[in-house]
Every structure is written in C-alpha cells, then in structure tokens.
Design a binder for this molecule. Structure first.
Ligand code: GUN
Length: 284
C-alpha cells in the first residue's frame, strides 16, 4: 500500500488563509536579511517574500555584500531592532564562511520580540517550558507540528525518533514533541547503528541533509515519515528519505519539495503576525 502524501503546500495555504484578516488589521512588516549570494538562500527567500506578499504582509529582502564584517552585520541587526516600522526580521542562514563563527552572536543580537525565526535563546527557552509558552517557536519544528495537527495524526504516547540535533530544527523539534507527550529519541551523526533506532519510530523525522540516508529497511511498516533534510543534487532538490521505496511501507510521508518547506514559510509568517499581536498587545 502506498503512503498518504502529506502536502505542505495544502496545509500552508490553509494556515495562510487564516492569517489574512489579522494581517489586514495589524499591517505587519517583515525584513529578510541576506548576506552574499548562496543560491539555496536566494530561492528560500523568494518563497518567503512571495508568500508574505500573498497574505498582504509588507516584506522585503535586505541584501548585504558577501564580504560584510561581523561588526557591520551587527549594526544592521541593531538598526532593525530599533526601527519601529519593522515587526519582525530574520537573518537567512547559512552565513558566508568568514562569518561561520558569528552565527550565534548575530542570533543573540536580534530583539527576541522581533525574532520571527524563533532562533533566539529566549524563544527557544520558552519552547522548552511548554506549549503555552511557544509564542514565537522555531519555524520549521512549529510547521511540522501544524502539519500533523492538520492531518489529525496523533502524537501523544507515540515514539518519535528525530535524526539530527541542530539548535534550529532537531533539538527544538524533539522538545515540541515532548511538550505533546510523545516518547522522544534524538539521533545524530555520532549515533551508533542508526537503523536500530529509526526502525522503532512511529513518527520518524529526519533533518540531516544527506540525500537517500533513510532507506526502506530503516522504517517500521506503517510509520509516519517527515523529511526535513534538503540536498541540491544534479537531479534537483532531494530529501533525506529514499521517497520511492519508503512511501511503499510508510502510512504517511512528506515529499521534498512540497512537504516541510512550505510549512517553514507558513510558520515564519504566523510568527510575524504573532509578533505584531504581541507588540500591539492584541490577544491572539
Ligand atoms: N536556512 C535554512 N532554513 C532557515 C530558516 O528557517 N531560517 C533562516 N534564517 N535560515 C535558514
């Protein structure tokens, strides 16, 4: 039997439709900061701006030169923090190689009230405490939770295995599942015998960026498979999961592209609306 395809495009358009009236009332403004010309980033940013405009959010990309120094980038962040007409902003990652060690400093410099990516330690910390404190949760994990809710896929009591332990996806995703009473296992590149863990998953989430990492033999029949990884290959954008074979044994699966990607964008936009509500003290 072939798995149900979980369409991020469909869920995202439903989420965005609910945001439209709020946008009309609040008139938020989103800025995306891009440093350099990473082609992957350019394509993600286009999608973020396009979807924001579709719901009526004023949005723009602030494109900065590849060679910018850490100090100059921090000045841009400070200016956006203080600009009263900017509701929320993000600094698109990855940063160029010479700024690799500046990422956490740059993220920590963002005003948590404008951190619509949900990457600031204050927002990650609130996510740690419980669902009622997830005001500006990290965009990709929040998008995955929204998607499971939309398809009525239960989480409580399920064994969720998350592969990947980054600060912006794997770790907060594990916490958000824990907040919803799942039993959670986190695997990463130092995990020995990965398959012995992935085969136990009722819900398997993978965020590694290695095309074809998860094969059919690593998946329990009937599992829900959420593919967060993306790799640009000569055959186009690929996920971590060998989609063709895994869809034959999973009960539900996200495609790449068209799965988690649109959900990240939708939850970024939801965060921008929420940031606006909090800044204006409008109840949700
Ligand atoms: N690079 C890949 N995904 C993301 C994201 O969700 N936000 C930012 N800022 N950079 C990214």
């Amino acid at each position: 039997m072939s798995a149900q395809i979980l369409s991020g495009k469909e869920v995202a358009s439903s989420v965005l439709a609910t945001l439209k009236p709020k946008v009309k009332k609040l008139n938020p403004r989103l800025v995306v900061v891009q440093v350099g010309d990473d082609p992957g980033s350019t394509s993600y940013i286009k999608q973020k701006i396009k979807s924001s405009e579709e719901v009526g959010i004023r949005s723009e990309c602030r494109h900065l030169p590849e060679q910018i120094s850490e100090k100059e980038l921090l000045e841009v962040v400070h200016a956006l923090n203080h600009d009263q007409d900017v509701t929320g902003f993000i600094v698109q990652l990855p940063l160029p190689a010479h700024l690799k060690n500046s990422v956490s400093k740059v993220i920590r410099a963002i005003d948590p009230a404008k951190d619509v990516d949900g990457f600031h330690p204050v927002n990650l910390g609130k996510t740690f405490v419980g669902p009622e404190f997830e005001d500006l949760p990290p965009a990709t994990p929040a998008g995955i939770i929204l998607m499971l809710e939309y398809y009525n896929i239960p989480v409580e009591g399920k064994h969720v295995v998350v592969v990947g332990h980054s600060n912006i996806v794997g770790k907060p995703l594990a916490l958000m599942f824990l907040n919803r009473n799942a039993t959670v296992t986190v695997c990463h590149k130092y995990t020995k015998d990965l398959a012995s863990f992935t085969r136990q998953a009722d819900i398997l989430c993978t965020a590694v960026g290695k095309a074809g990492l998860i094969t059919k033999e690593m998946v329990k029949p009937g599992a829900v498979v959420i593919d967060i990884g993306t790799s640009r290959t000569e055959n186009g954008l690929k996920g971590d999961v060998d989609f063709a074979s895994v869809k034959e044994i999973a009960s539900a699966i996200t495609p790449v592209p068209g799965g988690v990607g649109p959900m990240t964008v939708a939850s970024l936009i939801r965060n921008c609306v929420r940031a606006s509500e909090m800044q204006n003290q409008t109840p949700r």
